[in-house]
Structures are given as structure tokens and as C-alpha cells.
Design a protein around this ligand. Sequence first.
Ligand SMILES: Nc1nc2c(c(=O)[nH]1)N[C@H]1C(S)=C(S)[C@@H](COP(=O)(O)OP(=O)(O)OC[C@H]3O[C@@H](n4cnc5c(=O)[nH]c(N)nc54)[C@H](O)[C@@H]3O)O[C@H]1N2
Ligand SMILES: Nc1nc2c(c(=O)[nH]1)N[C@H]1C(S)=C(S)[C@@H](COP(=O)(O)OP(=O)(O)OC[C@H]3O[C@@H](n4cnc5c(=O)[nH]c(N)nc54)[C@H](O)[C@@H]3O)O[C@H]1N2
Ligand SMILES: [Mo]
Length: 740
Amino acid sequence: MAETELKYASCYFCTSKGCGMKVYVREGRVQRVAVDTQAPVGPGGFCVRPTLARDYQHHPFRLNFPLKRSGPRGTHRWEQISWEQALDEIAEKLGSIRNRYGAEAVATSSGTGRGGAEFAKTRFMNLFGSPNRIGVITICYAPRAMVWFATFGGHLVPDRKPGKTRLIVHWGRNAHEGGPSSWNSFQKAKQAGMKTLVIDPRFIEPSRQADRWVQIRPGTDAALALGMMHVIIEEELYNREFVETCTSGFSALRERAAAYPPQKVAGITGLTPDAVLETARFYAAHQPSNMVIGVATEHSAPNSIQAIRAINVLRAVVGAVDVAGGDLISGPCPGFIPDVCMEANEMLPASQRRKQLGSDRFRFLGYPGWELIERQMRKGWGERHSAAVNLHSAAHAPTVFRAMLTGKPYPVKALLVSCSNPLLSYANTQLVYQALMAAELLVTFDITWTPTAVVSDYVLPAACWMERPDMGNFASVGGYPVVQVGEAAVADRVPGEYDRRNDYVFWRELGVRLGQAEHWPWKTFESLWEYRIKEIMEEGGSSTLSDFVHHQRFKVVAPEPGRCLSSGLATPSGKVELYSGILKDLDYDPLPGYTEPEIPEEIRKKYPLINISGVRVMPYHHSEFRHVEAFRKRHPEPIVEIHFDTARKKGITDGDWVFIETPIGKIKQKARLSNAFDPRYIVSQHAWWFPEKPAEAPSLFGLWESNINVTTDDDPDRCDPLSGAWPYKGQTMRCRIRKA
Ligand SMILES: Nc1nc2c(c(=O)[nH]1)N[C@H]1C(S)=C(S)[C@@H](COP(=O)(O)OP(=O)(O)OC[C@H]3O[C@@H](n4cnc5c(=O)[nH]c(N)nc54)[C@H](O)[C@@H]3O)O[C@H]1N2
Ligand SMILES: Nc1nc2c(c(=O)[nH]1)N[C@H]1C(S)=C(S)[C@@H](COP(=O)(O)OP(=O)(O)OC[C@H]3O[C@@H](n4cnc5c(=O)[nH]c(N)nc54)[C@H](O)[C@@H]3O)O[C@H]1N2
Ligand SMILES: [Mo]
């Protein structure tokens, strides 16, 4: 009987990207996957997804060979073709579109970057000449990271030190469902005696375990942070020494915070004035602290960037940043070549950058903001900094979808979809659908079938993380100085069974066919990683990736406190910018503020409830894993949580199917009655589809039945004025419900 081999791989089952895994392989097939507890980054015992790896790897729902549409769009009729033919034909069509409409008529769509090669997609687009990469980064992570760069000149990394760190704050972050490694760390912090503060409209597991839970009104986080600053400044609870030596703009901030007294903030946030006071005092009294900010603030346009800014400025005022036991300012890992150096950003001419859709209006996350940030980061950290384009700047997706539909301000004719499921994840599914149907060329490169794949012209099979060497994205793009590399556990092609490609190879092969060959010297993903970690391999005496994986595997560099005093920060003033020079240059309010969204009376009346749309549930990751039976059994149906009082008024009982309706659409989810939040809200799940339902249109695997984004709106007028983030949460999410 064949021996079982042990492989060390980097898991990409979720957006954490890169937890260390041990994959046990026999005769080229995955037998079992377990968390590698030796790896510096991993979920401990808190993640169940490794138990699904084997079913996922061998599941019949996976894509195995390139397919070309052989009937009208959406009829789900396909012809199997070779990779050569698929890539040749796609390249030919892209070239023709570029000739007819210009390179900007080709767009790409990204999700959470789980192919491990977003830099390669960006490289391809830069060399091709198009600035129109859209992605969910506009509403996830890029806002947080860009605010860090603008405010602190680097990433914030928690320096969780027993005996030093006194408080852990989870601000709108439910790590219990959504972040196994973060939850692991929350538990350890509690055991080490650190206090915990949770700011969330819902009474969730972290709220239950916290020393203090603040039940905030959705979308009002900026006001709470400003109110806390008001109290902290007025009562002289701030860190005077830190503020004086390491920050700029304090007097302007003091004035701004003065406009947010507890009484007023209580009116906005739904808290009592005492609760605002006590939260501020509790926070100031337990420093240094670490903070984890979840995605809800980013989803709460029009207060998305301002909320994240306000919360981050608050941490600076109490001196929780750049000090031991607080959050440290970090950059790339020494010896490692980060994403920004792999993107060929210098190859996209300024004239093409200026055509990026949406970035004239939403300047912070488009090229205008990125260019200012990039200049600072380069000055502070050198060429190898962490402000990669692929994670921090994108075209505005709602504007691109409208251009696909209307040809205005110019036509967008092709969309290349990889690691992304546009029909489930963006807001306003109906509009996205029409935009996709209007495309001259739609290509989907994914691991499994998806509703988006069904309406594509070409569907191409991607290798999953067990089939490729990959690295935790911490250093690669995140600016966390941890290099942790894994190997391919099994082959990505088995004659007669499947023929997949990893994301890097896909973009390279397409680029080579479009005249980019000289820019892609690394033929395989392995050789690419060897190039990027060469200096680190040499330090430890490894000469190949395989050597490195089995002998060194990691490099961890602890960021140092006191950067502000020692080298100055990568911000315009060299200090923590309470008043942001970058936002000022972009013609935005340089100080944090809160704007109450205007909602017409008629809408308030007709749609009295507020939908917190899309909270995380284990084990699903957005639209993924619905096809894996073992997991589906645990969570067979989409759930909408409704308060008992609201349900009673509507004659809804636990387990009823309920319509959720907004001015743009209606879907249904199954009611679960709850008293964990205010009766004026409902809490729905996102990204639901049904792989067991018919694939062909109009069903598209039951796309229209329970997908909450059929009801969410991406109208640019409703987006965050700085970043263009469209709302999924906050006060604008008006809806009504009734029993189905
Ligand atoms: N199981 C699972 N895990 C995931 C994912 C997944 O799809 N499934 N997705 C991954 C991704 S890409 C992301 S971005 C992260 C997101 O991770 P989280 O940020 O933890 O995501 P959510 O669960 O949507 O929201 C967290 C909490 O925010 C609260 N909240 C809602 N509105 C507000 C508000 O206005 N203010 C405040 N303060 N809180 C509010 C919600 O009640 C919820 O408890 O999760 C990652 N992890
Ligand atoms: N209403 C509402 N909508 C939301 C949210 C919400 O809270 N509420 N959350 C938003 C957030 S924070 C996010 S991040 C987005 C997520 O947006 P999505 O587009 O769903 O992102 P992902 O889940 O990363 O990836 C989706 C696709 O990538 C494929 N994939 C996985 N691994 C690979 C790989 O290695 N290679 C390739 N080529 N493909 C791969 C998966 O099979 C899947 O089809 O959804 C957003 N949508
Ligand atoms: Mo996300």
C-alpha cells in the first residue's frame, strides 16, 4: 500500500488567506487536512473548514476542463475545449475589443483574492492598459487599510502582550462566526486577564463574553467615536505626551470633537448619555489596547470612511498606537518582494489611469488617493512598501456596471471574472445581471460552478489552494512582516480527470498571448515564489521552494514600537495625522465627522425596518460551500433574524418563510425569532444560492429566491462620498417584511 505523504500548504478557504495546514496525501489524493499548530499564523482549534477540504477537493460540482458556451447565454450548454484554444480565443477577443474601443473597455472583477495572485491580475491589466479593475475591496478592507496608510503611514498590527495590553476592542467584528484566528486570539486575551469591549448592535457571543458591550444604532460609529473623543479630551483622559510628540492636528480635532457632546451623540447612536460617558472612560482607563475593526463600518455609507477614520483617530488620542502592548505600525517583511513590486504599476500610463471609472468622483480608493498614499509609503518604507494597487485601489464597480449597460461615459465590453461571484456579492443583483448580459465577452475563472459562470461565454477551471504553492498574504500584501509559505499538496491536472490552472499561470498565459511575454519571466507559481523569497531562502540556506517549505517555512519579524519618534511615519507630516493631509489634498474633510443620511419620509413609512444585511455564519464564506453536503446539513437554508415583537405584529412565527422587500427587489428567507437586537432591525444572511436547483436561466441555481443583494441598492448617489463604498448596513438599509 502506498505511503501517506505529509505536505505543508497555505489554506485559502477564507479571506484570512494563508493559515498553515498539514495535508495528508496518498497516491496523489487528499486524505485529510489538519491545522498546522506550529505555524505562526493559524486558527488554532477554532476552524471547521479543514474538515471539508477533502470533500471540496473531490466534489463533482468542481470545474474540471475549460468550457465554451454552445447555446445562447444562460442556457447552460457547453462544449469542452483545450486550454490552448480557450486562451487563444479569449486573447484574440480582448485584443479586438482593445482595437475597437480602447484598453479601458476591458474590466476585471475580484472577490477576496483567494487565488493568491491578485498582483498578477493587476500586472496583466497594467500591461494591457486598462485601469478598470473592480472588486469588493471597495467595501472590504481597502477602506480600513487606506485609512491606516493616510493616518499612520502603515498597517496596524496588534502587539498583544500579557501584562502590558489591558484591553481588546472588537468594533463591529463578530470573530466568533467570521474569524477563527481572531477568535482564538480573543480567547487567549481573556485568559491572560485583558479586558474586552464589544461595539455591536447585536448581543452575539463576543458581546456575551465581553466586559462591556455597547449596543450601538447601526451606521453611527463615527458619532460614537467622536463622542468618546469629546469626553476623553474634555476630561483630560487623553495621552498628552503621545498627542504632543507623535500626532498632528490635535487642536483642530479638539474643536471638531467639541461638536459631539454625549447628549447629542446619545441621540444619534441610540445610547444614553451616561453610556457614552462610561464607554469613553472605560476605554481611556484601560490602555494600551488593541482593536479589531470589522466590516460593518465599511458597509455603512455615507459614513464609511469617516467612521473608520474617527475610530482610528480615537485610538491615537489615547496613545494606543506605536506603543508596546498597543497596535504597532508595520510594513513589509525584510528580504521579501511585496505585491506592489510585482504589479508593473509604472507600465500603466497616466493618461489611462485618468480614465479609471468612478475615480473622478470617489477619489480616495481610486488612483488619485492611491497615488498620494503611494508617494508617502515609498518615502517612508522604500520601494518595497505595502500599498499594493490590487488591495487598495479599484475602479468603482457600480460605475463600471452602468458603463457596461449604457456605454456611458464610455463602453466597457469585456469582464474577466476570477475569484469573484458578482451575481451574489455586489449590491443590486438585477443591474449587475443586466450588465453581465450586455457584455460582448464574459469569462469566469473559478473553482466551482456559480450563477455567474452559467451566464459566461467561457468557464475555466481554477486550481484550489491544495493544488498550488502559496504564501500567507500577510507579508505579500498585508504589510504584516510574516512570511509563511506552503507547497502544492496535489497536482492541478490528472489526465482524464481534470485539467486546472492556478491563478498566476492563468494571468501569465493570457498576458503572453497579448504580447506581454518579456514581462512574465517566471513560468510557474513555484519559480515566482522562489524569486520573491530568494533573500529569505538564502538567509536560511534553502535553494528551492521545497527546501524552504520543509526546513525554514517561516520568517517572522516583530514590528518595533516607537517608529514615530525613531524614523518618522510615512505620512505627509511624519506623524499620526489626526487632521489628514491626504484627505485635504483630495478635497475631502480632513477631520472625522458624522453625517446623518437623509431618508425621505415616504420611504421611512413604507419601509420601516432596517436590514443589517449579510452577517457572517460559519462555515460558509460568502457564496461558497453551499454545495458541500456536510456543511449544508448544518445550515440548510438562509436565515433572517427578526425580533419577537416585530414578528408578532406581522403574524410571523419561527421557521416561517418571510419576504424581505425594498424599492428595488424582493426575496425570501426563513425567520428565526430573536431578542438579541432592537425590534426596528432585521438581520439577514447574504450570498445565498442553491447549487441543487436548475442551472439554466432564469433559475441560475435559484439566484433570485433568497439572495439579499436582489434588494440592496448600489446607486452611486448612495455610496460613500470618499470611497464609493455601496451600503449593505447602516441607516439607509430600509426594508419591509411579510410572511411569504
Ligand atoms: N464564516 C465566515 N467568515 C468570514 C466571512 C464569511 O463570509 N463567512 N467573510 C470574511 C470577510 S470577507 C469579512 S469582510 C469578514 C467580516 O467580518 P465581520 O466584520 O465580523 O462581519 P459581520 O459578521 O458582517 O459583522 C460583524 C458584526 O458587525 C455588527 N454590525 C452591523 N452593523 C453595525 C454597525 O453599524 N456598527 C457596528 N459597530 N457593528 C455593526 C453585526 O451585528 C455583526 O455582529 O469576515 C470574514 N470571515
Ligand atoms: N449584502 C451583503 N453583500 C455582501 C456582504 C455583506 O455583508 N452583505 N459582504 C461583502 C464582502 S465583505 C465581501 S468580501 C464580498 C465577497 O465577495 P465574493 O465575490 O463572494 O468573494 P469570495 O467569497 O472571495 O469569492 C468568490 C468566488 O471565488 C472563487 N474562488 C475561491 N478560491 C478561488 C481560487 O483559488 N481561484 C479562483 N479563480 N477562484 C476562487 C469561489 O469559488 C467563489 O465563487 O461580498 C460582499 N457582499
Ligand atoms: Mo469582506
